[in-house]
Design a protein around this ligand. Sequence first.
Ligand code: HEM
Length: 386
Amino acid sequence: MLTYDADLYADDAILEPYGHYRTIRDLGPAVFLSKHRLWCFARYDEVRAALRDYTTFSSAQGVAANDVINTQSLGNTITTDPPEHNKMRRVIKAPLAAAALQSIVPAIEEEAERLVERLVRQKSFDGIADCAQHLPVTIVSKLVGLPEVGRANMLRWASATFDALGTMNDRGRDALPHIQELHRYCTDEATLKGLAQHGWAAAIWRAADEGHVPRSKCPAMMRDYVSPSLDTTILATGSLLWLFGRYPDQWDKVRSDVSLIPGAINEAIRLESPIRGFTRVATRELTCEGRTIQSGSRILLLYASANRDERKWRDPETFDTERDARDQLGFGFGPHVCVGMHLAKLEITALVRAFARRIVRFELGEPERAINNTLRGFARLPVTVH
Ligand code: HEM
């Protein structure tokens, strides 16, 4: 059996994951991670095929890399398979579909313009706290419609959720009380009474009243909006600003031709995938280049590695805003492909457009990476604009 022994969830591997990922890719299409007792797919073709084939690679026993979370907190959309998944996803997706988002485009664009005007006057700012967080925290959290105390805690709950989706190391264990608090919050009568009437969370309960999903599913579906809606977009935005700062020639291209923005966003998510990977469970015995994966085995699908697989991408380490990166896997693929991707792209596009009209350069200070069991990006990103 081909194995890889490193701890992919140790601080140093989280800070510098790509060397590990390349080694795993070169070892073979399916590699056993001995430290985590998990199989791993790190090549593009295998990850994409697994994401598509939910009958063989099931999400219904959880997508975390540890049993504590996989056995305790099932029930949200990402931890189901069709046909149950289809019903839940339809409800969750309703306000996030491209057409449904049209009504909030002006608000997002106006807020992005105001923010960027302020940041340009300020000249130096933190690309995360002052810039990337602004739209998700001011607009998206309002759209979800939790009462104020919930809005104030969304970032903490989200980062804990992603820590707990990795292995059960100290970070994973420290996250558990925060997750329990989030679970309690989503079932608390006071929360449900305080939901904004026209918010996305309230719409889940209305869908249950209309018989589209069982009421018992609603608290878990509320978590679908709390955990992935802020941090992912914030980290993607931060990484894009960092890339523009590091590669000014690419920024020059984008600011002189804003039609490159959608491609630049895909390219940044390819190169610096905010969600490094989730797991699936094999529902039958598989053979992969002579290796047998037993039925019931858990397999880590490394999106961040697939997105740098040299078998798929030419010069995978290069940030190229003109590359066609539409089939990058940073938003997933297949039945669970990110329901929030149109919203995330809308927010990031509005910001980049506003910058493109006003600034020539992003000058970077010394950034600090966030250390999270599942997420990749920056905790702090000093930026000066010119
Ligand atoms: C740049 C930002 C984002 C990235 C990189 C991202 C990434 C992902 C990925 C990789 C998956 C699939 C995971 C899998 O199949 O294992 C996913 C699913 C999901 N995302 Fe996102 N996401 C982002 C933004 C958002 C936003 C803004 C929301 C909500 C408003 C959201 C809500 C969800 C939900 C609910 C799912 C589960 C869908 C399902 O199971 O059918 N995401 N996301």
